[in-house]
Design a protein around this ligand. Structure first.
Ligand SMILES: [Fe+2]
Ligand SMILES: [Fe+2]
Length: 358
């Protein structure tokens, strides 16, 4: 077997005898190894282990302070679970008990002094070949993990794009820019963040809130695009978009779809119980739906709709404030107003105005 390609590996030798270290230096240098590190104290070697990053450790057993067996124990504790540095134990102790103990603690090879240079070189080469194969396997594992991650990322992008387009479908007839849905997502996410929801829930809210009116696909144009006030019958017909949206998303396996379903169903519920379709009140209304409700109403008020012109942003904010505890969750209104005060919502409003000017 030709092992010459392994001579660039790093070898750490630990032996309390300077004479033995010198001997190893001669053997290993002669065999072509260049990156060699020698220590007489196991503790110092351990301290430097990550800096040295050895591919092979040659270890004496009987040493003062920390002996070879203790070294093996500490090495096992400190090494990463998928990285095992081969260890060759070299000792004058030929008893089978010591040999067994060393091997049990993770030694890969056991050499009894006095040393034969040829045997040392061959065993070192064998262990380094094992190391090479181990590193190769680790590389393959890493590149596989990268591939899986890339694939997951592109699936994530595709999934998110499908959801964006689904939300676009929902509002296509009365907002063909699709901007309303995305703004509702962003405002809802800002509220969710300030309300202390987890990072992952904030992102779920950002992606689920735009689907709030998915059920509008069932509302006929004569109602959806009606310029005037809806009749009682038309309003009843329009209300169905909540339950239809929820039915479309019902039974979704992913948390995102479950949240979107709750938002579809309950984004027209009122905190005081006067909303629809179920007349739920307070905390019985899903939190995400309570959040979305503020974002949706605010954004709808600040935009032209078939049945009325956009309100000035300040008036829309006043309306949200007036509806605290009635239409909206008072705590979430406080959060919304805080965001407005900090300029985090006015950013969207400015964007709204710019769009209106265009
Ligand atoms: Fe709606
Ligand atoms: Fe909406």
């Amino acid at each position: 077997m030709n092992h010459t390609y392994n001579v660039n590996f790093t070898i750490l030798v630990i032996d309390d005898s300077e004479i033995n270290l010198e001997l190893f230096k001669q053997f290993l240098t002669k065999a072509g190894y260049k990156d060699l590190h020698f220590y007489t104290d196991g503790r110092q070697a351990l301290d430097q282990l990550s800096a040295i990053s050895p591919d092979l450790i040659i270890l004496d057993l009987h040493m003062p302070r920390m002996d070879g067996l203790q070294f093996l124990e500490r090495l096992g504790e400190s090494a990463a679970s998928d990285d095992h540095i081969p260890v060759m134990v070299v000792t004058a102790d030929a008893t089978s008990e010591t040999k067994t103990r060393a091997l049990a603690k993770g030694a890969n090879d056991y050499l009894v002094k006095p040393l034969d240079s040829h045997e040392v070189t061959l065993r070192v080469a064998n262990l380094l070949e094992t190391r090479r194969l181990q590193l190769e396997t680790q590389d393959q594992k890493k590149s596989l993990e990268r591939m899986v991650l890339d694939r997951t990322n592109s699936m994530e992008i595709a999934r998110s794009e499908v959801l964006t387009r689904l939300a676009y479908v929902a509002e296509y007839r009365d907002d063909d820019t699709g901007n309303h849905t995305q703004r509702v997502g962003n405002i809802a996410a800002a509220i969710a963040k300030k309300a202390g929801l987890s990072e992952s829930m904030i992102e779920i809210v950002r992606q689920a809130a735009p689907l709030h009116d998915l059920g509008k696909v069932c509302v006929p144009d004569r109602i959806l695009l009606k310029a005037g006030k809806l009749t009682v019958e038309e309003f009843e017909e329009n209300k169905k978009h909540t339950t239809v949206g929820a039915e479309i998303l019902e039974g979704g396996e992913y948390r995102l779809l479950q949240v979107a379903r709750d938002i579809c169903l309950s984004h027209h519920e009122h905190y005081d119980g006067t909303g629809y379709p179920q007349g739920l009140s307070g905390a019985d209304i899903a939190l995400e739906a309570r959040i979305c409700s503020i974002a949706d109403v605010f954004d709808t008020m600040t935009h032209d709709r078939p049945y009325r012109k956009a309100l000035p942003v300040e008036e829309a904010i006043d309306e949200i404030r007036n509806q605290s505890g009635k239409h909206f969750d008072p705590e979430l209104v406080d959060i919304f107003l805080e965001l407005v005060e900090n300029g985090e919502i006015s950013t969207y409003s400015k964007a709204v105005r710019q769009e209106l000017l265009i």
